[in-house]
Unconditional design. Structure first.
Length: 234
């Protein structure tokens, strides 16, 4: 895969600003999940996530858009799960900063934005829920410019619920977020940002390759513990 065609990004937002709904719509618009198989909160796998309507565990998914591969990480919006957000941002080059067009910037919006800036990530600002009667996208685009210093003209306006503006958002992700910078010829350096246990495969890890190339059968040394494991499947 040509690295120049890869974009790795997270969606960050204050809780209830529509982040998981946006992830659902991105899955649908890119054809990653068919309309027949689509369901609400597709990336929320835990029962409590579905019951409460919040994301607790980060989830990653691969999307394809106009010849590009988009590695999307859906992150929690609640302040109590900030560590999940920081782990996901370490694996990205950019973020979609989602703001409710009827509420504007709130506490976790700022906290997540500062995390993105600390990680030197490209920010794609986006006002969601423009379909609501109370939405005032022009006002809150100006607020984003005043508070965050991002020009109001760069703020995208979408409705994750109806799908309005989603193709334009995907185009902006491809145009604004840079491709990974690592050299495949260099020694392997990688970051494990999530893992889970599968009854049939064993430990399954989500890995961001920083430099080098990772292949099935490679022996990997984990720097923190010093342990060596083999990559059975990629």
């Amino acid at each position: 895969m040509d690295r120049s065609k890869i974009r790795s990004l997270s969606v960050i937002a204050h809780i209830d600003h529509g982040k998981t709904t946006l992830s659902d719509r991105l899955l649908e618009v890119t054809g990653t999940v068919s309309a027949r198989d689509m369901r609400a909160q597709f990336l929320d796998n835990m029962d409590i996530e579905r019951e409460r309507g919040i994301t607790i565990k980060l989830q990653s998914v691969r999307l394809e858009w106009k010849g590009h591969v988009l590695n999307l990480i859906d992150t929690p919006g609640h302040v109590d799960f900030g560590y999940e957000v920081s782990r996901s941002l370490a694996a990205c080059e950019g973020v979609i900063l989602l703001v409710d067009a009827s509420q504007g910037i709130e506490a976790q919006t700022l906290a997540n934005c500062y995390l993105a800036l600390e990680n030197d990530l490209e920010i794609v600002p986006c006002l969601n829920k423009i379909d609501l009667p109370a939405a005032d996208p022009e006002r809150y685009a100006e607020e984003i410019e005043t508070v965050l210093g991002i020009p109001a003209t760069d703020v995208l306006k979408i409705s994750a619920k109806t799908g309005e503006g989603i193709p334009e958002l995907l185009d902006a992700v491809v145009e604004r977020i840079p491709a990974p910078a690592g050299d495949p010829a260099d020694p392997l350096q990688a970051l494990i940002f999530d893992s889970h246990f599968d009854n049939y495969r064993g430990v399954v890890s989500s890995v961001r390759v920083m430099t080098g190339t990772l292949r099935s059968g490679d022996k990997l040394r984990f720097m923190q513990a010093g342990a060596v494991h083999e990559a059975d499947e990629i």
